[in-house]
Design a protein around this ligand. Structure first.
Ligand code: HMG
Ligand code: MG
Length: 297
């Protein structure tokens, strides 16, 4: 891959909609997925196979999967917390299954009701079975800089969880600043602890924009050679188990940055901005993307 090529993983339909008060129909979610494909995205999260009692908004992800269309080479990605979720996910055509844990014990308890080590044990068969079925596996590590319950998180702790997920067979690790508190210096310190062991190719950065630092943090990641970034159309997002965390960095804002810095993504900014404006209209919310607002004013 050329050094100026960046892959965006569009997480709005999962990280975003999991946080909206009103669940959207599978047809609506699939229509937006298809619009993201038309805009040029090649990796798009379609939903999660989690407990509907925990996250009712993601119920019907199997129906979303049945309704989406994508050409070869475009990946639909889904979250699976355990073997029950995997059983459901394997019945779909999702190319990528994502397991998720955290670098913070307290966050993990609130989010998936188990310790970090228990989660890794739970993922062992999940990852093995997904890989045996020819799927790719992404491992999410949440709270890589700060935790809503524990405060600062040590980079060494993130490095440990990253190492263990890779040892279990994960193809890629997404490092999540779940509550959007990180600043570039902290991102550099985090990457100092991880890149020497892991390299850059299997790492993604997942920035939330709660404190408005996501674009600065992505710039830090680019400087360090990271070329996979998670973002959400219209800055949708948050986490039901991280109170106060606002959305993911807006895809529109990331695309504007990347274009200006000479990076290629294959994603059409104007189409994403138009979709972002439509999503905000349907959800009845203000568009948090400065770029999206400027382009659709
Ligand atoms: P639990 O209650 O400990 O699980 O929840 P359990 O095994 O005891 O099962 C309890 C009930 O849930 C049972 O049903 C199971 O069948 C059912 P009942 O007998 O009571 O009727 N169940 C399931 N149903 C559907 N799909 C499943 C499933 N598993 C069990 N997969 C569990 C444990 C992990 C299931 C629960 O905690 C859960 O679903 N958590 C999901 C939390 C979540 O989705 N959080 C948001 C995503 S993470 C995130 O946003 C961060 C990220 O963006 C990165 C970042 O920003 O840092 C990725
Ligand atoms: Mg997130």
């Amino acid at each position: 891959m050329n050094d100026n090529q960046v892959t965006l993983v569009e997480v709005g339909l999962r990280d975003g909609l999991q946080n909206e008060k009103t669940p959207l129909s599978p047809q609506q979610r699939a229509d937006w997925f298809n619009a993201l494909v038309a805009a040029g995205h090649r990796r798009i999260e379609a939903g999660s196979f989690v407990s509907p009692k925990w996250v009712p908004q993601m119920a019907g992800t199997d129906e979303v999967m049945a309704l989406i269309q994508r050409p070869a080479g475009v990946w639909a990605e889904v979250l699976v917390p355990n073997e029950k979720g995997l059983d459901a996910a394997l019945k779909t055509s999702a190319e990528v299954m994502a397991v998720f844990t955290a670098a913070s014990e307290s966050f993990n308890q609130k989010n998936i009701n188990c310790s970090i080590d228990e989660s890794l044990e739970r993922f062992r068969p999940v990852i093995a079975r997904a890989k045996a079925d020819g799927r790719k596996v992404r491992g999410y590590v949440s709270c890589v800089v700060g935790c809503p319950y524990e405060g600062s998180i040590e980079p060494a702790q993130v490095a440990r969880v990253t190492r263990e997920l890779l040892a279990l067979g994960a193809d890629e690790i997404s490092l999540g600043d779940t509550i959007g508190v990180a600043r570039p210096r902290e991102i550099h310190a985090l990457l100092d602890a991880i890149i020497p062991e892991t390299g850059t190719e299997r790492l993604a950065l997942h920035c939330h924009d709660t404190y408005g630092q996501a674009i600065a943090n992505i710039t830090a990641g680019l400087e360090r050679g990271i070329r996979i970034f998670d973002s959400a159309v219209a800055g949708l997002g948050g986490c039901p188990y991280a109170k106060g965390a606002t959305g993911n960095v807006a895809t529109e804002d990331v695309l504007y940055l990347l274009q200006g810095q000479g990076f290629e993504t294959g994603v059409d900014l104007n189409r994403v901005a138009a979709l972002g404006a439509e999503i905000c209209r349907v959800l009845g919310r203000e568009n948090p993307s400065r770029v999206g607002k400027a382009l659709t004013a």
